[in-house]
Design a protein around this ligand. Structure first.
Ligand code: NDP
Ligand code: GDR
Length: 376
């Protein structure tokens, strides 16, 4: 059988890195688009890098940007992909309020650029396209749980840009018969999650505070509820959606919903810390109630009574998505979707990963090396 070729936009991101691993494992030739940056930005894919001088190189990177039509068109022309996974996006909801126009350009029009390039290059019959759609489309939810039929009501410039991307994908499918589909994915996390998304901010922040590297973790809305899963499971569904007889849109979710506060509590428990919350809104704090000495790091730097978590209004959003809960029945029935990692297993993996990193930094500090970590 001839080797398939895939092109991943957003390959340097969380999902892009897991998907690239997955497709390489399946025998694909994998091309990815990375942005030019002033320093290396390929940390998540360095372990699968292949030197261009090696024979049979199956992993290739191209410089590019979804705001650059000629660049996107040229890369697609050169690669002639069987499958395109359009994962690139300004994917941070809070940042989209700060950069609404850029977010619209990348997340909305960027998707059009990919679809239009495929069409104009005469690849409409060959190239299948996956669009990274999102549960943020539901925003102010109109029904619970959310299915493929639930009406959309986005609540951020990010959500609105992704709404355009969703519909332009449907439109190219209907207008030009292209195999183009939307995966409406609910929140999915991993140790590779960007450090400013809530899950990773929590596991990294708590690990740092527990090791004495930070004083306190400052959070926004603790009440929001999310349906959480593991990114490794979700990228497999992205691939499966492109292997069907006809292109359709699918909700991918676990149906496991907890609040941000509960996520914090469970992540702290992984570090051997029982956290208790008290106070209201901006005055709410998470205080250490007990330390499980059998579980906690021997040199843990917090004690009962210490405040580890505080609320800071700067992390609130101008409009919030309070609750999301997905119904993945269609994916289960048609794609055989079954997540392999539970929410608690994911929190354990993330908390342990960040604890290892914090321990390493503490050791370095103790040996007299200067340790600086990006914060915001
Ligand atoms: P990340 O933020 O981790 O990755 C985004 C990727 O897009 C990075 O590779 C980033 O490059 C790249 N990118 C950003 N702007 C541009 C641009 N202008 N041109 C080209 N590339 C760009 O996101 P995730 O991996 O978590 O998500 C993947 C996709 O799925 C996104 O579209 C996101 O909106 C969507 N999604 C994510 C969900 C989740 O819970 N993770 C849920 C539902 C949808 P760089 O590394 O240089 O920043
Ligand atoms: P979300 O993810 O907005 O759902 O978008 P994020 O992790 O940023 O926020 C989840 C919820 O947590 C609340 N929150 C905080 N969020 C952040 N980032 N930082 C905080 O300090 C904080 N405190 C509370 C938020 O208000 C929110 O309610 C993610 C992205 O991956 C999108 O690209 C994707 O489309 C959706 O998930 C599905």
């Amino acid at each position: 059988m001839e080797r398939k070729t895939a092109l991943i936009t957003g390959i340097t991101g969380q999902d892009g890195s897991y998907l690239a691993e997955f497709l390489l494992e399946k025998g694909y030739e994998v091309h990815g688009i990375k942005r030019r940056a002033s320093s290396f930005n390929t940390e998540r894919i360095d372990h699968i890098y292949q030197d261009p001088h090696t024979e049979n190189q199956r992993f290739k990177l191209h410089y590019g940007d979804l705001t650059d039509t000629s660049n996107i068109t040229r890369i697609i022309q050169q690669v002639q992909p069987d499958e395109i996974y359009n994962l690139a996006a300004q994917s941070h909801v809070a940042v989209s309020f700060e950069e609404p126009e850029y977010t619209a350009d990348v997340d909305g029009i960027g998707t059009l650029r990919v679809l239009e390039a495929v069409r104009l290059l005469g690849l409409a019959d060959k190239t299948r396209i996956y669009q990274a759609s999102t549960s943020e489309l539901y925003g102010l939810v109109q029904e619970t749980p959310q299915t493929e039929k639930t009406p959309f009501y986005p609540r951020s410039p990010y959500g609105v840009a992704k709404l355009y991307a969703y519909w332009i994908t449907v439109n190219y499918r209907e207008a030009y018969g292209m195999y183009a589909c939307n995966g409406i994915l609910f929140n999915h996390e991993s140790p590779r999650r960007g450090e400013t998304f809530v899950s990773r901010k929590i596991t990294r922040g708590l690990a740092n505070v527990s090791q004495g590297l930070e004083d306190c973790l400052y959070m926004g809305n603790l009440d929001s509820l999310r349906d959480w899963g593991h990114a490794r499971d979700y990228v497999e569904m992205q691939w499966l959606m492109l292997q069907q007889d006809t292109a359709e849109d699918f909700v991918i979710a676990t149906g496991q919903q907890i609040s941000v506060r509960e996520f914090i509590t469970r992540a702290a428990a992984e570090l051997g810390i029982t956290l208790e919350f008290s106070g209201k809104e901006l005055d709410e704090v998470g205080t250490v109630a007990a330390i499980d000495t059998a579980k906690a790091d021997a040199e843990i730097n917090v004690k009962p009574g210490d405040v580890m978590v505080r609320v800071d209004a700067r992390y609130y959003r101008p409009a919030e998505v309070e609750t999301l809960l997905g119904d993945p029945t269609k994916a289960r029935e048609k794609l055989g979707w079954q997540p392999t990692t539970t929410l608690d297993e994911m929190i354990t993996e993330m908390a342990n990963n960040d604890l290892q990193a914090a321990r390493k930094n503490r050791l370095l500090e103790r040996e007299g090396y200067e340790v600086t970590q990006a914060r915001e």
